[in-house]
Design a protein around this ligand. Sequence first.
Ligand code: SAM
Length: 247
Amino acid sequence: MENKQGLNAKQSLKQDEIIHMFDDIAKTYDTTNRVISMGIDINWRKEACKEAFRILNRQKLDIADIACGTGDMMLHWEQVGKNLHVEIQSLEGIDPSNGMLEQARQKIPHGIFKVAQANNLPLESCSKDIISIAYGLRNVVEREAALKEFYRVLRPNGVLVILEFTTPNTRSLFSRLMQFYTKNILPIVGGLISRNFKAYRYLPSSIDSFITREGLEAELLACGMSTLVAKSYSANVSSLLIAQKKL
Ligand SMILES: C[S@@+](CC[C@H](N)C(=O)[O-])C[C@H]1O[C@@H](n2cnc3c(N)ncnc32)[C@H](O)[C@@H]1O
């Protein structure tokens, strides 16, 4: 039977399970993240912020970070904005996991946080210049509805910044090493630190089942956003997409 959002019970349960999983690993999330990523994500995040600021080339901006988790991307928006003399008029973090938001509130006491899913944002239409979602889109079961929400909330010419893990498509030695690491080492290390092996087995499988960067670009276009920046890092392990809301 389908609910009012057109989801069947199995899909709804899956989304609930994903959110519950993040509640469960929230307290160890930052430590695990730093260990398994070896800090490499910091540069990817900074570059995403810089590119978005460069595209908009404006002094005052309103930003919402969706699937904000423990708030890392919000801290980068603040820090890069300060370095580039961009005034961030408002910065909101949105996530459906209370556990993740509890950690975020401790890290960013002045932050504004809301509990919500990406497909149903508690934000006014045409109210944000930037929407970011870092390593969150894979977890959103209703992706199309979420992309439509991002379009609704963005101002004309506003940009959507997506950072996401992607499946390496090159056959280089480095690429194969990265794949081996993600599939075999990372779930063990993540599982040991968080004591939740299921959550860190979910990570490589969710990357495998996620669409390609090109597929995502096509979905964005179908929702009225055209890609301005498409980059991959570390043998395609992580991708950055910046898409602009068309007038
Ligand atoms: C891998 S974490 C990323 C957190 C943070 N953005 C970062 O870069 O560290 C994924 C986040 O997606 C959130 N999430 C799961 N399902 C979601 C949904 N349907 N809508 C929005 N966020 C969701 C989780 O609660 C979790 O905080």
